[in-house]
Design a protein around this ligand. Sequence first.
Ligand code: AMP
Length: 215
Amino acid sequence: MNLIILGPPGAGKGTQAQSLERDRGFIQLSTGDMLRAAVGEGTEVGQKAKAIMDRGELVPDDVMVQIISDKLDEIGDQQFILDGFPRTQGQAEALDTLLAQKKKALSFVIELKIDDAILVERVVGRFTCGNCGEGYHDTFKLPAQEGKCDRCGGTEFKRRSDDNEEAMRARLVAYHGLTAPLIDYYAGKAILKSVDGAAAFDAVTGQIAAILDEN
Ligand code: AMP
């Protein structure tokens, strides 16, 4: 079974994909994480992507399609969940071609539905443990003991450079203009499943589990 998780920035795609990876053996393929790793390593792609990401705009399709094509080869036959890809009609069509060439198929596209009003507040203020990746938030979820990760005890925390209000507004514009039309694209292929992304984390996980179990 192979999935796409689709939704605006801050909808919880990454945390739901991580939970599916932990509980159900999917490989999470997050293009945002791949780009941030490239930025951290200072590769050519990373150097070009950094400014685009900080502005909240999209990295060109040809770069993203190449990254995903290489990743799909790397993971072999393992089941995957695409998180943050595709983000444009061009990427979605290129993905169809890649999957056909590599003899793979999509089972479902899971859309996390959520209003913009909630998203800015969710994203501005979030941070993660630099060691285990556990997610936190200045308002909604501070570590129980200040400065110490609840999960692993780590003391280094990270904030994304694009989790500020200005970049977030641009990311929402990119989402509504370029990515949201993919909802119709996948509805047309009859593989779209929508869940309430504004619900509590466990409730969203439960809705996704129900979709996977009944199909
Ligand atoms: P994310 O972690 O998914 O929120 O992605 C962070 C940033 O990486 C986005 O705002 C884009 O600048 C870039 N990015 C990630 N995935 C893609 C993609 N599929 N197409 C274009 N840009 C992407």
